[in-house]
Ligand binder design. Structure first.
Ligand SMILES: Nc1ncnc2c1ncn2[C@@H]1O[C@H](COP(=O)(O)OP(=O)(O)O)[C@@H](O)[C@H]1O
Ligand SMILES: [Mg+2]
Length: 165
């Protein structure tokens, strides 16, 4: 199983900009199989153990990590037991940043889809857009695709002076 090194081909200008003001506190590879959505979710929440965090933030984090990892598995070349997704977590300035790096796709790019109210699919990135402080998608020919998002960590009381949402 290959790994993606920090400072290797992953250290593109876009990546450097994305991480400005944050420190990476964890990075882990997961196989490109459906179970990795839950595994990645549990791993990311585990990183926040011992960090006072608003319940709402934890719930949002669970949802968005699941959606973005599921997208990498469903829509990128990371699908399948030999495929890989990498999840990176950063903290700083009252924010948590999660990025999910996949093997890219020749046929699809992450984009919000307009869906009718009853549709069960096409909602993942809409949630990211509504709930995240900021998010984006980058593509690098060497690294693959990256979808990242930031949330305010907030306060355990639920009162979050940092958040305007
Ligand atoms: N990691 C990704 N790589 C390539 N395409 C993606 C990725 N994530 C999302 N997409 C594209 O963006 C679309 C919208 O994603 P989403 O809102 O989660 O809806 P859904 O996954 O239900 O189709 C997907 O249908 C797919 O075409
Ligand atoms: Mg989706």
């Amino acid at each position: 199983m290959s790994t993606r090194e920090q400072g290797g081909p992953g250290a593109t200008e876009a990546a450097i900009k994305r991480w400005d003001g944050l420190r990476i506190v964890g990075q882990r590879d997961f196989p490109g199989v459906a179970q990795s959505a839950g595994a990645a979710r549990r791993w990311v929440l585990g990183i926040l153990d011992g960090h006072p965090t608003a319940t709402e933030t934890l719930e949002t984090l669970e949802l968005l990590v699941s959606e973005v990892v599921t997208n990498a598995i469903l829509h990128s070349d990371s699908a399948g037991p030999d495929g890989l997704i990498t999840v990176r977590v950063g903290l700083g300035g009252g924010l948590i940043q999660v990025e999910v790096i996949d093997d890219g796709s020749a046929t699809s790019v992450p984009a919000i889809r307009t869906t009718d109210d009853d549709s069960l699919s096409g909602r993942g990135l809409s949630w990211v857009d509504r709930l995240a402080r900021a998010w984006g998608a980058d593509h690098d020919d060497e690294v693959g695709g990256v979808v990242w998002f930031r949330l305010a960590i907030g306060h355990p009381s639920g009162h979050d002076p940092l958040s305007s949402r």
